[in-house]
Design a binder for this molecule. Structure first.
Ligand SMILES: CC(C)(COP(=O)(O)OP(=O)(O)OC[C@H]1O[C@@H](n2cnc3c(N)ncnc32)[C@H](O)[C@@H]1OP(=O)(O)O)[C@@H](O)C(=O)NCCC(=O)NCCS
Length: 181
């Protein structure tokens, strides 16, 4: 059986949009679209800001070497403009995966992230031995919470003062999509 991490393209129900594997020639587009403080503000500090060409190359090497996790480019009109991935957990949490994503500000508000989260969640639950997908969202990130709600994720917990971001203590919200399988 083909490894489902080496996924082919996944169609999205939006004109010109699809999910596909990352490629080394995406480096310039990645560095351009990822270099945004408003994106960094909502992600872990391992996501750099400023986001340089070297950071893009480092990420693409990491993805190429990754045997375990799923990493896909969000493509709109032929250009990689965002990223979506699932980190598969191990040991007693081996049937769980953590979903993460970001999208270029240029394409916000058009339903792209909602379509991407919907499709990746469907794909992972259908193709892997995973019954739980979850995301941890800073409580200030209303757009991401809304994306998760629209795609069927349920709010399970508010983790109080669990995040230090940009010098601020924030609550974070745990959302999960759970299947009986
Ligand atoms: C979060 C993010 C991926 C959303 O992408 P997007 O393609 O614009 O999302 P969608 O268009 O699919 O849906 C956004 C929803 O949030 C809503 N929304 C946006 N800003 C909002 C705000 N400030 N308050 C409340 N709702 C908001 C939109 O109205 C929409 O909901 P609706 O369809 O019910 O109207 C994008 O803003 C992003 O990349 N942010 C930075 C990185 C990030 O936060 N990643 C997720 C970390 S958990």
């Amino acid at each position: 059986m083909t490894d489902p991490r080496l996924t082919p393209t996944l169609a999205l129900p939006l004109p010109g949009a699809r999910l596909r594997p990352w490629r080394f020639p995406d480096a310039a587009a990645l560095a351009h679209h990822a270099n945004d403080r408003a994106i960094w503000q909502n992600l872990r500090d391992t996501f750099p800001y400023p986001y340089t060409a070297q950071d893009a190359e480092f990420f693409l090497c990491l993805v190429a070497d990754s045997q375990r996790d799923l990493h896909l480019a969000i493509e709109v009109d032929g250009e990689a403009v965002g990223s979506i991935g699932v980190h598969f957990k191990s040991d007693v949490r081996r049937r769980s995966g953590e979903i993460g994503y970001w999208l270029s500000r240029k394409h916000w508000g058009k339903g792209v992230a909602t379509a991407a989260v919907q499709e990746v969640s469907r794909y992972v639950l259908a193709s892997f031995d995973v019954c739980r997908l979850y995301a941890v969202v800073f409580a200030t990130n209303l757009a991401s919470g809304r994306v998760l709600e629209k795609t069927g994720y349920e709010l399970e917990a508010r983790m109080r003062r669990s995040v230090v971001k940009d010098g601020q203590m924030l609550d974070s919200l745990l959302y999960a999509l759970v299947e009986e399988k």
